[in-house]
Design a protein around this ligand. Structure first.
Ligand SMILES: [Zn+2]
Length: 398
């Protein structure tokens, strides 16, 4: 059975109409896939920024275990086993197609994949588009690759164009037809870019696969804040940036909607278990009989000019708890608590309410038990400014 793992960068939980029926511009092709698959309406990412979240999905590990906890100057730990490597041991061929610069090689993810298609500076495709690093169209290479051989495949497809700044790449007809002027200027083409994926990319992708022999995951790495709590994404742990859409199409499973909270680290281990490729990774088994462990998330992401602030949190049932601090155990403090069923927009922080403090004690204990691990932290991005700047240059930012 092939596994096709598609991530739509920045697709927040309400970006597809199968998750958000009130959405003005329907995502018809995504919805068609959803009708055949399992929809998870409460899936949360482990981090609100690209590399950390993706690596969690491919290792089944939270960021404090895989090591990529900031945006620049870090690499995935070398001593951890990744799930694509386990697939390789079971005779799978693995490939990655990323639209985001040298995402795979920069963070040390190469060993996961037999073949990597990325736009490293100087290589084919680099600066092919008007904005350099902001998105690469890998469709042609993907099509050729899928014709290439008969081995079972694990293929990661990373659509980067929903990200801020990639507007110049989308066909003008989408910008005309789907622009949303009610959004801040940076994000007015967001749904146009989701529409481009839905109308052109997804049908193209599906044409290349045999649906009777392919498991298809359609999800995201994080959401997008649109300027409500922060400028874009990466600093906060609100659901606008942490909660992501998740559809799993599996030829052996019926359509279903699951509203239990899950973590994105459980997606791939669960699929591998369904194929009798049990992993050593602790997971919830979301495709099978499951228990719901709290979903953990963290961020140490900073803007270039700002000092980093660490945040970590957990979702369990109807509660979300967030701690804030500089990273040292004694400095972390319980900062935010939200009752997600009654306060979906996370506007009412209940952290000062004694009854709520009491009700959420088990989650506080669960998250505090991770603090020892959390304190093995990496602050390279502030320690070595030169390296940081070089990293930005390598990624094409400067
Ligand atoms: Zn991203």
């Amino acid at each position: 059975m092939d596994i096709l793992y598609v991530t739509v960068d920045c697709a927040r939980h309400d970006a597809f109409s199968c998750f958000n029926p009130g959405l003005k511009h329907k995502t018809h092709n995504i919805d068609k896939l959803a009708e055949k698959g399992i929809l998870y309406t409460q899936c949360r990412s482990t981090a609100p920024f690209t590399p950390s979240s993706h690596i969690s999905q491919f290792t089944g590990l939270n960021p404090y275990d895989h090591g990529v906890r900031t945006m620049y100057g870090v690499k995935m730990r070398e001593d951890i086993e990744t799930l694509p490597e386990l697939l390789k041991q079971r005779d799978y061929e693995t490939a990655a197609f990323t639209g985001f610069g040298n995402l795979v090689s920069y963070y040390g993810m190469n060993r996961m994949f037999d073949k990597v298609y990325e736009t490293v500076p100087g290589c084919k495709g680099w600066r092919k588009n008007p904005v350099g690093w902001l998105g690469y169209d890998w469709r042609k290479e993907f099509k050729e690759y899928m014709r290439g051989n008969n081995k079972s495949k694990f293929v990661w497809l990373h659509y980067f164009f929903a990200h801020t700044g990639s507007d110049a790449m989308i066909p003008p007809v989408y910008r005309t037809q789907y622009r949303d002027e009610s959004k801040p200027e940076l994000f007015e083409n967001y749904h146009a870019k989701i529409q481009w994926f839905d109308k052109e990319w997804l049908p193209f992708i599906l044409e290349q696969v045999d649906m009777s022999n392919t498991i298809i995951v359609l999800t995201a790495d994080h959401g997008e804040d649109f300027g409500k709590f922060e400028e874009s994404h990466g600093k906060e742990l609100k659901d606008l940036t942490i909660r992501i859409p998740l559809i799993i199409y599996h030829p052996d499973y019926m359509h279903e909607t699951k509203a239990e909270p899950i973590s994105a680290i459980d997606i791939l281990p669960s699929i591998m278990n369904s194929l009798d490729m049990g992993t050593m990774v602790k997971h919830n088994g979301i495709l099978e009989d499951y228990i719901y462990l709290p979903a953990y998330f963290e961020t140490w992401r900073t803007r270039y000019t700002e000092a980093p602030v660490f945040r970590c949190g957990m979702c369990c049932g109807e509660w979300k708890v967030i701690y804030k601090g500089a990273g040292l155990k004694e400095e972390k403090k319980l900062d935010e608590i939200y009752h997600l069923t009654v306060d979906k927009n996370e506007e009412k922080n209940l952290a000062e309410n004694p009854n709520v403090l009491d009700a959420t004690k088990p989650i506080q204990i669960a998250i505090e038990s991770t603090f020892d691990k959390l304190d093995i932290c990496i602050k390279k991005d502030t320690e070595d400014k030169h390296k940081f700047e070089q990293s930005l240059k390598n990624l094409g930012y400067m």
